[in-house]
Design a protein. Structure first.
Length: 134
């Protein structure tokens, strides 16, 4: 909450071409075939979620890879994203805010929708450190 309050004006000013179409690319909506990602069910369930900062799509996927596979693989996902979009980096503050948001959404998703409590627990174990870094 403190992070949002501190940066409210900055985040509220993000508009237009600073936004990107969001993809509902969590761990149950992205598959890999022949080395390429295949996205299913790409429209986020809430209209308010359909546009976001561009790096949110990155962290929706890389956080899942980090929590369910490894940090090394998640770093590869991030490097691929940065290379593709010709970016050097994403500010650490924005990165950690996006990661915390994605982790919290995944906890709720797996507790309430999929009922995969063991997966929700993996996100819960990590989210405190990320929130603490904000």
């Amino acid at each position: 909450r403190q992070h949002v309050e501190t940066h409210r004006r900055e985040y509220s000013s993000i508009m237009g071409n600073q936004l990107s179409i969001s993809i509902d690319n969590h761990d149950e909506n992205v598959f890999r075939k022949d080395g390429q990602p295949i996205f299913i069910d790409v429209v986020p369930p809430m209209e308010e979620w359909r546009f976001a900062v561009p790096w949110l799509n990155l962290y929706q996927l890389s956080v899942n890879v980090e929590v369910l596979c490894s940090e090394d693989l998640a770093n590869e996902v991030e490097r691929g994203y940065l290379d593709y979009y010709k970016q050097k980096s994403i500010p650490e503050r924005d990165k950690n805010f996006a990661k915390a948001l994605v982790m919290l959404l995944n906890i709720a998703h797996h507790m309430l929708i999929t009922r995969k409590r063991e997966i929700a627990e993996k996100y819960r174990e990590r989210v405190g450190d990320v929130i603490g870094s904000l």
